[in-house]
Design a protein around this ligand. Sequence first.
Ligand code: FES
Length: 101
Amino acid sequence: MSFVRVGSACDVKPGGVLLVKSGATEVAVCNRGGTLYAVDNRCPHLGGPLAMGALHDNILVCPWHGWEFDCTTGKCDFNEAIVLRTYKVEIVGDEIRLELP
Ligand code: FES
């Protein structure tokens, strides 16, 4: 595991979500009140693009059918057995870096 630069922090404002890619890995970076969290972009329901969803405080809503996930833990709000993969985020200057395999 190592930290990989995936984007600029200025591209994701508070309350926003940014899609970033590293190789085949797609990650939704969520800005919750100025702190960044990163979860898999692919919804475990039917593969919806979570980075296209709305972020309400810590809740990321899938744009396809409305499943909701806590962006800080990856947990689905109605079934905690369903958990998105999360990634550690590091900010260096304006760079977003994710710990990726
Ligand atoms: S694909 Fe995300 S809720 Fe259905």
